[in-house]
Design a protein around this ligand. Structure first.
Ligand code: ARG
Length: 576
């Protein structure tokens, strides 16, 4: 519909359709119409005041047939659609496409989404939650838009950190049936010892230990050289960590196409080194080798004095590999804002190498979540294991559900509800603001059934299910799109239809801006509008035609909410 209005506007104003698409807005309130054109840009061109421009345009414009009237209001020209045909179009489309609503076909394009990427042998802490949640949402959004999506977990599974675990095992013995917690305990203990050694503050009882940093580096050097004992040890750590991680992701409903971490590129590092050398951009500095990117981005070290590769070296190799293997339209890196310089340097080096991957990389940066309050530990996200947060989410969700929801259905698996609500609370809260904004996570905000939360939207969905079930009990026919659309043109019903018609554009916007929060806010608004309206839109006990029309409307809301929640990773709840 927007396109037709844009065309008509373009015809009368001479502005391009692309320009107009940007300018034309979809007002939140029905009284401003379905579409509204702010006249500022045009008024400037015409050299008149915006309200005057709006009036003039109103007279000149020949609106498309779908528009009932266009009306100048101050500096705006508002367009009101003919409601019944609009209702019919929207409901029909959703009820036929169902959960495919808003999808597209773009399978000729590949989008690589790299996200989560925790560092192995260190705890998977809440600090990695935001990349996990944002990346996962982008993954689902792009898949829904029909792109060929490749999701990659770029595990931090290569580097000196394994050296510290190695040191731990050497000094204190390898634990039997080790778990990831043992690995982390050793990592922490050895890293602390190293810190003490560096500061010269080693307690007397630890004075007997050798130089930890030296040992760790030596281990990593052997690992890179492919020495068997070093590689076996690393593999042992990796397997233990992956077990833990896969369980966590499963619980979160997350699947990766590839767990190709930093280690995956180790055999290709030689090739990268060779290409760098041949391109002539490698410069020596105090025995190390790197690339000079000038004043702003600085000198970037790629190979240490003792020949080890670095984090960024492996990223160059990974970018090259991804480009050659998948020919992606884009490679999205969902990584915290503190690594902004890292990605600028990565792109800078690739550009210097004249590597085409440079043009495909997008750093989807996100802001820190400085404070997460949990029962066991309150404070820095880096101190909280993800699985403890999930345990707590479940417990708290169960409690909140039992205390905040009065009418609970009988014979309900409340544990299943608690799991879905707990995850929903976290995912939704983490996605309810723009990526770069920092925020603190609190349960009070995330888990309120009345608030701007996942559980609120899940609850709206469950309510629609119960309306449908009641209708079926009363012998009403199954929802269908064959309705009398006139019956849904009152403001209450039409405000819902109007929102429904914007779903696809919202998904598009979320994808284009890499901002899943647009979808979170959208489903919230839809749930709110539905909840405000449904009491005056009763189904049971109405004239059959009216009941049928409203049931179709609610069913459409259900498909959109379901799909919307799915796109942001929030699990659906059938009944609650
Ligand atoms: N493992 C890194 C970290 O935890 C994130 C990896 C980001 N991705 C990349 N290609 N560098 O900080």
């Amino acid at each position: 519909m927007k396109d037709q209005i844009v065309q008509a506007l373009s015809h009368s104003t001479g502005l391009t359709q692309a320009q107009l698409s940007e300018i034309l807005i979809e007002p939140k309130e029905l009284r401003y119409g379905d579409f509204s054109f702010p006249c500022y840009v045009l008024a400037k061109q015409w050299g008149i005041a915006p309200p005057e421009c709006a009036k003039k345009l109103e007279q000149m414009l020949k609106p498309p047939p779908q528009v009932e009237r266009s009306e100048a209001a101050g500096p705006y020209l508002n367009f009101f659609l003919k409601r019944a045909p609009q209702v019919e179009r929207v409901i029909k489309e959703i009820l036929t496409r169902r959960e495919a609503i808003g999808s597209e076909q773009n399978s000729e394009h590949t989008i690589i989404i790299e996200y989560s990427s925790p560092n192995i042998a260190k705890p998977f802490h809440v600090g990695h939650l935001r990349t996990t949640v944002i990346g996962h949402a982008l993954d689902r959004i792009y898949r829904h838009l029909g792109y060929r999506v490749i999701s990659i977990n770029h595990l931090g599974d290569w580097g000196t950190q394994f050296g510290f675990v190695w040191v731990g095992c050497e000094l204190w013995g390898r634990p039997q049936n080790a778990t990831v917690f043992d690995l982390v305990a050793y990592y922490t203990k050895a890293a602390n010892l190293r810190k003490a050694q560096e500061k010269g503050e080693v307690p007397p009882e630890d004075a007997k230990y050798p130089d930890v940093n030296q040992m760790a580096r030596e281990y990593f050097r052997k690992l890179e050289a492919g020495e068997k004992t070093a590689v076996d040890f690393w593999q042992w750590c990796l397997n233990i960590s992956l077990d833990y991680l896969r369980n966590l992701y499963k619980r979160l409903g997350i699947h990766f196409d590839f767990y190709t971490g930093e280690s995956f590129y180790r055999d290709q590092l030689k090739k990268t080194e060779q290409e760098l050398r041949e391109s002539g951009i490698l410069e020596e500095s105090r025995g190390a080798w790197g690339v000079n990117l000038g004043d702003k981005l600085g000198y970037v070290r790629l190979f240490t004095e003792d020949g080890r590769s670095l984090y960024i070296t492996r990223d160059i190799t990974a970018a090259d590999y991804r480009y050659r293997t998948f020919n992606p339209l884009k490679i999205l890196y969902v990584v915290g804002a503190p690594q902004k310089l890292h990605f600028q340097q990565l792109i800078g080096i690739l550009k210097k190498m004249k590597h085409p991957a440079a043009e495909r990389i997008v750093h989807v940066a996100y802001g820190n979540v400085p404070h997460v309050s949990t029962r066991t530990s309150s404070g820095a996200a880096e101190r909280i294991w993800l699985h403890t947060l999930l345990e707590e989410a479940h417990e708290r969700a169960l409690h909140a559900y039992r205390h905040q929801v009065e009418k609970r259905p009988e014979n309900l698996d409340e544990q299943a509800v608690a799991e879905a609500v707990g995850l929903g609370a976290i995912f939704f809260n983490y996605l309810s603001r723009s990526n770069v904004k920092e925020f603190n996570f609190t349960w009070e905000e995330a888990l309120n059934f009345q608030g701007d939360t996942g559980p609120y939207v899940q609850y709206a969905l469950a309510r629609i299910n119960s309306i449908q079930a009641k209708a079926a009990n009363e012998g009403l026919p199954q929802p269908s799109a064959e309705i009398n659309a006139e019956l849904l043109t009152d403001d209450n019903a039409y405000s819902i239809v109007s929102l429904l018609s914007r779903f696809h554009a919202t998904i598009r916007r979320a994808a284009e801006e890499y901002e899943p929060y647009h979808i979170a806010l959208y489903v919230l608004e839809l749930a709110r509008t539905f909840s405000a309206a449904y009491k005056s839109l009763r189904v049971v006990g109405q004239e059959p035609e009216l009941a049928k029309a409203r049931l179709a409307l609610f069913t459409a809301v259900k498909y959109v909410l379901q799909r919307g929640l799915n796109l942001i990773g929030v699990p659906p709840v059938e009944r609650m």
